[in-house]
Design a protein around this ligand. Structure first.
Ligand code: FES
Length: 174
């Protein structure tokens, strides 16, 4: 690949981390997280496969949206591409993305890293506040508990008895 072709395949990206801005040229094969690390930034991460939200980033107001999210999984020589990550649509709508599996596809990206708390707030708190969602979450928990008790009836009874004993017996729990 010629130097010109190579240049056409790099994008200038500006990162903000802990209030400091850094601008780098990044290759389309690197994730935002990898590019930040190559630039010497200590951006937070954990799973590096779209599950934990630790690497969450957010588009800044002046940013383009030239970013594509793709999980590349290699197994037995085959590469699978999957755009489904754990990040909820509500967080995406607020401009969040997962930097461990997001690649630049054009110029003008300006992104903030280290915003996992804000992404968590949306994903695990804000969107579960309305009545219908809470009811659905409780029903899901009840189904899991029901399934567990059906598969492990002896343990379920033993756990229940232990709970009652801890609360002063059946009469005390009523
Ligand atoms: S590091 Fe876990 S989702 Fe990116």
């Amino acid at each position: 690949m010629s130097a010109t072709e190579q240049k056409e395949k790099t994008w200038e990206v500006t990162f903000e981390l802990h209030g400091e801005e850094t601008t780098v040229l990044m290759r389309p094969d690197d994730t935002i997280l990898q590019a930040a690390e190559l630039a010497g930034l200590r951006a937070p991460y954990d799973c590096r496969r779209g599950n934990c939200l630790t690497c969450a980033g957010r588009f800044k107001a002046a940013s383009s949206y030239n970013l594509v999210t793709t999980l590349r999984q290699e197994a037995g020589g085959a590469v699978t591409l999957d755009s489904d990550t754990f990040l909820c649509d509500e967080a995406k709508d607020e401009g969040f993305f997962l930097s461990c599996c997001s690649y630049p596809v054009g110029p003008g990206l300006r992104v903030e890293l280290g915003v996992q708390k804000e992404a968590w707030q949306i994903q695990y708190c804000d969107r579960l506040r309305d009545e219908a969602t809470r009811a659905a979450a409780l029903e899901a928990v009840a189904q899991v508990q029901r399934g567990y008790s059906e598969r492990n009836p002896d343990k379920f009874v033993a756990d229940l008895e232990r709970q009652f004993e801890g609360e002063g017996g059946v009469d005390g729990a009523a």
